[in-house]
Write a protein of this length. Structure first.
Length: 118
């Protein structure tokens, strides 16, 4: 039996990473316009961080790179279930979403449930 490949190179060795379009993709989890847009309802809670970290610009760079190299991109939106309004420990964004009735999901696309097509 051969030696298994190391997932992380040993100290002092350079790493090489081979990505295959067959089994590699980029997944964006819950990118909400309410958080990413300065016109979004949750901008006051996280907009400074979005700007400081260049979140939207970096997302755009990733979209462009994946398209250029032929990789798939998947977007996994978050959906609030009716029972989520009973959460005991919400963060500021979750509290805002519950208060704005984000459980309505698709009935209120202006509340961050829509995404831009690429």
């Amino acid at each position: 039996m051969g030696t298994p490949e190391r997932a992380v190179p040993a100290r002092g060795q350079s790493a090489s990473l081979a990505l295959d379009r067959v089994d590699t993709a980029v997944v964006f989890i819950d990118p909400q316009n309410d958080v990413l847009s300065d016109k979004g309802a949750a901008w006051a809670a996280g907009g400074e961080s979005v700007r400081e970290n260049k979140t939207v610009e970096n997302m755009e760079r990733i979209f462009q790179a994946t398209k250029q190299h032929g990789f798939d991109v998947f977007i996994s939106p978050h959906y609030f279930y009716p029972t989520d309004s009973g959460w005991k420990f919400n963060g500021p964004l979750e509290s805002l979403e519950v208060a704005r009735d984000a459980t309505a999901g698709p009935r209120h696309p202006e509340w961050g449930t829509d995404t831009r097509r690429r």
